[in-house]
Design a protein around this ligand. Structure first.
Ligand code: DWN
Length: 419
């Protein structure tokens, strides 16, 4: 079935190896899109809901969604911006500095960020006097990026767009994709486009939340319609086999609860030596943890079910005692958490968020109002449930005053804690 004419289609084959041995291990039933925030006037309207089922490929071990939602529905108007978190901006600044130094980038080099959003990452390269270009499909964000002085093409990245860039500008010395690869349905075509975009010694740096961290830390709420794939290193090596690119370095970091940064080069680029030992160490850790067998994912699914009942019982108990609870961070992951755990506006009075575009809207499915962060100090709730757990340190530091007033934080990922 063609995705173009449908809101979603079923994915019957593994998107990396083509196998039909796809084993379902977690089923969220149907949920609204996690970035599908609702305006006040649309509150009475029926929300679109889409299947969210997770499968394991028994051939190449890629974890992926069983259904693909039409990317135009998800990404044409996009409310997530990286600049809503200092932690992420600081991480971007370091990535730009490390990349410029390691790959000797200058103003003559072109750095292309795929899925450039509001241009936050490219702005870090611009400050280092390196040539930049963004590519993003979201009309609203491309406008913001351009207003911020970040040249940006409004498009879904493809071999055609890659060719256009090399003709209109030049071949890229560095291509970047942070929290993007998981959103791509046709991975082979994406890697083909990277090959077209890069110059001979070009480097592709791709970073995304790491499956090993997801499983080890119960990060079920990062599983949602935008993220078609959940990567370990093994399937990525299989993906790369029939391309002109090869993985030469891999690094783990703490962003978003644990991410992996994979570096590709062209096979002709002999400058960069393949860090075989690092790659093999990561593959060994994945195998020893059991990421290449569905058993670990069945256990993961059981862990989430017990976390759900423990979290629900605790929140319902607090409400029975007359306590007030609000949410912190109207994150996409937060909306999956709330909808799957059945936590709605009867439990949370409201959610605060630093993103201007989200304030005044309501969360999809649970219809919880979203306010500016200062609301916390107007109503002084007894508890704050941190939904953006990946930024818990930044959030708790920012709200020390709330703690000093006797307020308490609740975290449910990786496990239920009241702090
Ligand atoms: O992969 C994706 C990640 C990178 O970003 C996208 N598919 C969608 C999006 O997911 P998310 O919405 O879960 O991203 P964040 O950046 O983890 O969301 C954090 C939310 O918390 C933002 O809405 C901003 C908010 N926040 C806040 O209100 N106060 C964050 C911080 C640090 C704060 O102090």
């Amino acid at each position: 079935m063609n995705i173009r004419n449908n809101p979603y289609v079923e994915n019957r084959r593994c998107r990396i190896c083509g196998s039909i041995q796809l084993i379902k291990f977690l089923d969220f039933d149907r949920l609204p899109l996690p970035n599908g925030f609702v305006s006040k006037q649309d509150l009475g309207k029926k929300e679109s809901i889409y299947p969210l089922q997770v499968v394991f490929c028994n051939n190449c071990a890629l974890v992926q969604l069983k259904h693909i939602v039409n990317s135009s529905i998800m990404f044409k108007n996009y409310l997530y911006i990286p600049s809503s978190s200092n932690t992420r901006i600081e991480h971007f600044r370091e990535l730009a500095e490390i990349s410029k130094e390691r790959f000797h980038l200058s103003s003559n080099d072109l750095v292309v960020d795929i899925g450039s959003n509001d241009g936050s990452l490219l702005n870090c390269f611009k400050n280092l006097d390196v040539g930049i270009l963004g590519v993003d499909p979201a009309e609203n964000l491309v406008e913001v990026a351009r207003l911020n002085g970040i040249p940006t093409l409004r498009a879904f990245f493809s071999p055609y767009i890659a060719k256009k860039i090399t003709q209109k500008y030049k071949k890229a010395s560095l291509a970047l994709a942070t929290n993007v690869l998981a959103h791509i349905s046709n991975l082979k075509r994406f890697m083909e486009a990277i090959d077209i975009l890069l110059d001979r010694d070009g480097i592709f740096i791709c970073q995304f939340p790491y499956l090993l961290d997801l499983v080890q830390k119960n990060q079920f709420d990062t599983i949602y319609h935008e993220h078609l794939s959940y990567f370990s290193l093994k399937p990525l090596l299989i993906l790369t086999q029939d391309t002109n690119l090869e993985i030469f370095d891999v690094e783990r970091n703490e962003l978003d609860g644990g991410s992996i940064r994979v570096l590709w080069k062209k096979r002709q680029n002999i400058e960069e030596k393949v860090k075989t030992r690092k790659i093999n160490n990561i593959l060994r850790e994945e195998k020893e943890y059991g990421l290449y067998d569905v058993t670990i994912f069945d256990q993961f699914s059981k862990n989430i079910k017990s976390l759900k009942s423990e979290t629900r019982n605790t929140l319902f108990e607090l409400k029975k005692k007359g306590k007030t609870i609000v949410g912190y961070g109207a994150a996409a992951k937060g909306n999956i958490f709330l909808n799957y755990f059945g936590i709605d506006n009867k439990i949370l009075d409201y959610i605060v968020d630093s993103t201007p575009y989200k304030q005044g809207l309501f969360t999809p499915g649970t219809k919880i109002p979203i306010y500016n962060e200062s609301k916390i100090y107007d109503t002084r709730p007894d508890y704050i449930l941190i939904l953006a757990w990946n930024f818990k340190d930044e959030i708790m530091l920012k709200n020390k005053r709330y703690k000093d007033m006797g307020g308490k934080f609740i975290l449910a990922i990786p496990n239920l804690q009241i702090i």
